[in-house]
Design a binder for this molecule. Structure first.
Ligand SMILES: [Cu+2]
Length: 479
């Protein structure tokens, strides 16, 4: 509300100034002066206003720097220090240029304001000046770029061999951390094996069987819904009856079905049938005689079945659209099963270890731990959309992209306990955030990070249950 009022005041203020300027112009015309004839007092006023504006600009800039400072939380990683140095180097340079250029701009505008006793000095060209203001910025920019690139290459370089591996898996809307377990190797993953109990899609022989069983059950359920569809059953019933009793062609389906049971018992009807046919229905003659007894029995059996199905409580009524959608679903599930079967046969023959690697992996939601002073290599994966793993205290941020694993490495330098003392805040915690607006509950996507001594870390890790268990840590409390 207050903000709206302030905005309104500003808008009204701007309109008022514009109107005043118009009045001034009109009155100048009335006083018989030309618009560009400006009095000495006016020129002086305008010149002084340049200085006032400059002071306001510098004042608010300095106030912001004092009020908000560097805008980053305390640093807690090795490369974070280099990162901050680079950032500050650029910031100071930019601020220096900002103050210098703006001071020159406003002070000169005031100093060289119009003076009828002064004649402008004609200064068309100077090679030395051109050279100075080309070469100096070129050198400064080269320094900025080379220094920045070197730091960037350092930060994004490959992790060392003995780095601890942690996978951060994102989905709407939570994070799961994965540790490789005793073998130091992550189990193979495949999105086809993702289930509620296996959100990361870690591949194991049991997991594949489980997913195939789930898919088969779904396929069976869908097939049943299709098989018991009322419209299709009625059509089938009508067509069987038509095949069995061609002489009744032309009768309405409904009356046919109703009459049938009442008037004839099956055996006698069948006898009548062939006689009738020979006499009255020349067109269908050959067809009818070709139908074997076996075929006929089969049709009758099916007819009986269809009638029972129609009478059962499993009957479904589907629109053409939802019938087709269910068929499509079945097709997709069958295709997924096919891929799982291929996965199974391919990997088992190639490399058995890849399958076992997943069995000692450790999954945890809510929080994850890191040992201080040891390099950690993160592998990021995403199941649905692009998220961004942001760990501000460690100056680390990386997009997590579906289908494309990304990496980032850093070495934590300050434990959570040390940082609590340093900050004088016993509640302090490091945090992992999603830094990409990824959906309605994006703001919920965070995880607590605990940095501790290597011994504490080993203890914590050894107490985690292995896959397929998913451990739950204490979630970060959002204030
Ligand atoms: Cu997200």
């Amino acid at each position: 509300m207050i903000k709206l009022l302030i905005l309104l005041v500003i808008v009204v203020g701007v309109i008022a100034v514009a109107q005043l300027a118009k009045v001034y112009r009109l009155s100048a015309t009335l006083r018989d002066k030309r618009e560009e004839d400006i009095s000495e007092a006016d020129t002086k006023l305008q010149g002084s206003l340049f200085i006032v504006f400059m002071l306001l600009l510098f004042g608010t800039t300095i106030w912001q720097i004092v009020r908000y400072g560097y805008c980053m939380p305390p640093v807690a990683s090795e490369h974070g220090v280099d990162y901050d140095t680079l950032m500050k180097f650029n910031l100071y340079l930019i601020l220096f240029v900002f103050f210098l250029v703006n001071a020159l701009l406003f002070i000169f505008a005031n100093k060289y304001r119009y003076d009828k006793n002064r004649k402008a000095y004609f200064f068309p060209h100077d090679n030395r000046l051109e050279l100075i203001w080309t070469v100096i910025p070129a050198i400064v920019l080269a320094v900025i770029i080379i220094y920045g690139l070197r730091t960037w290459i350092d930060i994004t370089g490959e992790a060392s061999e003995d780095a601890i591996k942690v996978e951060l898996f994102s989905r709407q809307f939570d994070w799961t951390a994965r540790y490789a377990g005793d073998d130091g190797e992550f189990g193979v993953t495949n999105f086809n094996t993702i289930t509620n109990s296996n959100p990361l899609g870690i591949v194991t022989a049991e997991g594949i069987k489980e997913v195939i069983a789930i898919n088969d059950a779904d396929i069976a359920k869908l097939n049943e819904a299709l098989a018991f569809e009322r419209g299709h059953l009625l059509d089938e019933e009508a067509s069987i009856i038509a095949l069995l009793h061609p002489e009744d062609h032309g009768h309405g389906h409904d009356s046919h079905g109703d009459d049938h049971g009442d008037d004839h018992d099956h055996d006698s009807h069948r006898d009548d049938h062939s006689d009738d046919h020979g006499e009255h229905h020349e067109d269908n003659h050959s067809d009818h005689h070709e139908m074997t007894a076996e075929h006929k029995a089969h049709l009758e059996h099916r007819l009986h079945e269809v009638k029972e199905m129609l009478a059962s409580n499993k009957v479904t009524i589907l629109t053409e659209g939802s019938y087709a959608a269910k068929e499509d679903q079945i097709y997709k599930l069958q295709r997924r099963n096919q891929r799982l079967i291929e996965l199974e046969s391919f990997n088992f023959s190639e490399d058995l270890n890849a399958w076992d690697a997943g069995k000692d992996d450790k999954l945890i939601k809510g929080e994850f731990h890191l040992p201080v002073g040891q390099e950690v290599e993160f592998v990021f994966r995403s199941s649905d959309v692009i998220h961004s793993a942001y760990m501000p205290h460690f100056r680390a941020q990386m997009n997590t992209v579906p289908g494309l694993p990304t990496t980032f490495k850093f070495t934590p330098t300050v434990t959570t306990d040390e940082m609590r003392v340093q900050q004088g805040d016993p509640e302090f915690d490091y945090i992992l955030l999603c830094n990409k607006v990824c959906g309605a509950q994006h703001y919920l996507m965070c995880m607590k990070i605990v940095v501790e001594t290597p011994e504490q870390y080993e203890n914590w890790l050894s107490e985690l249950k292995t896959f397929p268990n998913i451990n739950t840590g204490n979630n970060f409390v959002i204030n």
